[in-house]
Design a protein around this ligand. Structure first.
Ligand code: 2P0
Length: 349
């Protein structure tokens, strides 16, 4: 919605525009993965995905309009952003400016409590926070669905971080504008399920291949890709039922097979994309050992070597201890389900 730009004394909304807006969002981990786009420009996923938003590693982003400045400025973890990250933020601000009818550039300050680019979903929390801070700073009113759809244009996984708890991102139906309109996330109501997710940081360095490039290569060259998209549909149905029952063993088994299947598609790409390191495999072995010892624990991996282990909260410390001993230098963080993106009150700043 365009805001009123008539001259006159500044109202509360104009004052808010001058101050800017700060939003907080958390990463999410997909239990049913998104991998591959049917439209790269519009960021339309080929498959539905379902995730749990975490209560750790928030991103805090402030967007402030800077009338009179020649261009947008972006600070990422205290340093000026350059190259691809800068371009992605500017392109995203351009979408918000189109919605707002305003043309002023903006200053963006974003801080991640998680290593950027290490397969720990910093783009999910990053674009969810940027979407909310950005629309607020530019005076655009969006409902949660529209905000999720907008966040998707930054990064498909960001559409899910708009919501807390569990969220389902719909793959787009049709092409072009129809696909854009039909691809967004929505909350999945899950009442009696509050597991722990033990994040095993095998290697927090930046990844060798961006997930964007890796998924393109997988879609274009992997003979296993289509088969995985088909099996993923069944996984999603099974996952929804398992979440509804609060059945940790079933949720874990489905999440693990879905993630391993996704990595199989990448390993079959030409050339192969391999995010799983020796440390990853050592952690996976320790998860199997935990299960053999009677502790329900299940692994999922994203576009990086780190492993996220789903387990009962009562077992989280034992699981963390076991997996951190499995690989040299491996550290762990215990997460639970966390909140959706929210604006931060001035008093908190
Ligand atoms: C996911 N991942 O569902 C999957 C599983 C990684 C593996 O979404 O290209 O940063 O910006 O839409 O969202 C990571 O990719 O990719 C991701 P883009 P994104 O969480």
């Amino acid at each position: 919605m365009a805001i009123d730009r008539k001259a006159g004394p500044a109202g509360p909304r104009e004052r808010a525009l001058e101050r800017g807006a700060t939003a907080v969002a958390h990463p999410n981990i997909a239990l049913i993965k998104y991998w591959g786009k049917s439209d790269e420009r519009l960021v339309i996923p080929y498959v539905d995905s379902l995730s749990m938003t975490l209560d750790v590693f928030p991103t805090v982003t402030t967007v402030r309009l800077t009338p009179g400045e020649p261009s947008d400025t972006v600070s990422l973890d205290g340093a000026p952003a350059v190259g691809e990250p800068l371009r992605r933020v500017i392109d995203f601000l351009e979408l918000i400016r189109e919605l707002s009818g305003r043309i002023e550039p903006a200053a963006v300050d974003t801080r991640n409590a998680v290593p950027t680019g290490a397969g720990l979903a910093s783009s999910a929390s990053g674009f969810a926070a940027l979407a909310l801070a950005g629309v607020t700073a530019y005076g655009v009113d969006l409902d949660a669905t529209a905000l999720s759809r907008l966040a998707r244009r930054g990064s498909a996984s960001a559409s899910r971080s708009v919501f807390g708890g569990f969220a389902l991102c719909h793959a787009g139906r049709g092409i072009g504008a129809a696909a854009d309109l039909s691809s967004y996330a929505e909350p999945v109501p899950v009442t009696d399920f509050d597991p722990a997710l033990v994040i095993a940081l095998v290697d927090a360095g930046p990844k060798a291949v961006s997930s964007r490039a890796a998924m393109r290569r997988t879609v274009e060259t992997s003979p296993l890709y289509q088969a995985w998209t088909i099996s993923s549909k069944g996984d999603l149905l099974d996952m929804r039922a398992a979440l509804h029952r609060g059945d940790l063993e079933a949720v874990g088994e489905i999440a693990e097979r879905n993630a391993l299947g996704m990595h199989a598609t990448m390993l079959a790409a030409r050339p192969a994309v391999r995010y799983l390191s020796p440390g990853t495999l050592a952690v996976l072995d320790s998860v199997l050992q935990l299960r053999a010892d009677g502790i329900p624990a299940y692994a999922t991996m994203d576009a990086g070597p780190n492993v996220k282990v789903l387990c009962h909260r009562a077992h989280a410390d034992r699981v963390a201890e076991t997996v951190s001993g499995a690989a040299p230098g491996c550290s762990t963080v215990i997460a639970r389900r966390g909140p959706g993106a929210r604006l931060r009150a001035e008093a908190e700043e």
